[in-house]
Design a binder for this molecule. Sequence first.
Ligand SMILES: Cc1cc2nc3c(=O)[nH]c(=O)nc-3n(C[C@H](O)[C@H](O)[C@H](O)COP(=O)(O)OP(=O)(O)OC[C@H]3O[C@@H](n4cnc5c(N)ncnc54)[C@H](O)[C@@H]3O)c2cc1C
Length: 397
Amino acid sequence: MTGTSLDAAGLRGRTRELLAAHPPADTDRLAFLQARFDAGLAWVHYPEGLGGLGAPRSLQAVVDAELEAAGAPDNDPRRIGIGLGMAAPTILRYGTEEQKRRFLRPLWTGEEVWCQLFSEPGAGSDLAALGTRAVREGDEWVVNGQKVWTSSAHLARWAILIARTDPDVPKHAGITYFLCDMTDPGVEVRPLRQITGEAEFNEVFLTDVRIPDSRRLGEIGDGWRVAQTTLNNERVAIGGMRLPREGGMIGPVSKTWRERPELRTHDLHQRLLKLWVEAEVSRLAAERLRQQLVAGQPGPEGAGMKLAFARLNQEISGLEVELRGEEGLLYDDWTMRRPELVDFTGRDAGYRYLRSKGNSIEGGTSEVLLNIVAERVLGLPAEPRTDKDVAWKDLAR
Ligand SMILES: Cc1cc2nc3c(=O)[nH]c(=O)nc-3n(C[C@H](O)[C@H](O)[C@H](O)COP(=O)(O)OP(=O)(O)OC[C@H]3O[C@@H](n4cnc5c(N)ncnc54)[C@H](O)[C@@H]3O)c2cc1C
């Protein structure tokens, strides 16, 4: 191996060695991705042996640019967003060595898709109120309950799951975090159809699902703290995506504006300019947030990015529908589909308009994120919480 240094030149050298040993044109896609992981070029800021080299996160762009120029396959990040953006950082932080070695490689290559079993019919914004029970039996936990709005559960091999292991303590204290095998016999996945007509998410019933204690992530009763890592990463994964200029929803509407002068009005022009600037500011702020993450895990400030992302997507897609007039009201296909990936910006204007409604709900509603920003970023007084010291089993439900 040439450069052992972990600066840009060193990483470029390592990437070229990977390409020379596994020329993309002659290498099977999965074999290439596995070789990339083993070379530490998957996510360079991860530790050695786990797909990284312990290099600064900002240098990932150097590797990605080399690989893209060489026509190398990527791991289709939109298809495995929950694994990459949420499960992986949580496993990295709280997993045992054995768990990290077992799960991170197939997660990154896309061989194993992940989903998130957090929300329940009675626990969304108030997630800590969740009622799915996990009861210890020897070396196993027996899990019973229902989860809802589970994106990609129909594709997933694994799930990150939080369940109640102690109902006798206050709600935040009695939760434990598990890695759940979605192919276990007690796991039933049913489609839920959305406003877009698609069934991107599901309800998931868990009946006597047996999870070995070796698939517990973190300490018993510490699941709420572990889940904060997942949720903070989720907000960055949703709101802080790396995009080129005009890469998000502002792209298609700007294109229509340029190509269809007959649709333009003065009022829409003013609104488009304002949204274009806001989209660009938001994109650059996301870039800065990612750079701040170079050294560690995201905190509550990711909530701000996700708030901006949701508001902009809804305003921009609304403008696009208006701009297109009657044509904007057409919808390409109402047949129920089970999409292979969660696609915020895909398909036609009608899809973007409808899909963006979910952006202010998924990953925490905008109202709840405003509370987080107020309390944990700005240090404003907290909302009154009357259930903090009450055992979960005594809470009104
Ligand atoms: C497209 C999509 C994908 C999703 N994917 C997943 C997934 O993969 N896994 C998963 O576990 N969950 C998923 N969710 C669920 C999502 O996290 C929840 O819907 C969300 O947290 C809100 O919970 P809820 O639906 O129970 O609404 P509720 O919590 O009942 O909220 C109802 C309304 O009350 C408001 N509200 C509640 N509490 C407060 C408060 N304290 N202050 C002010 N307003 C408040 C909310 O903002 C909202 O407007 C997904 C949701 C969507 C829309």
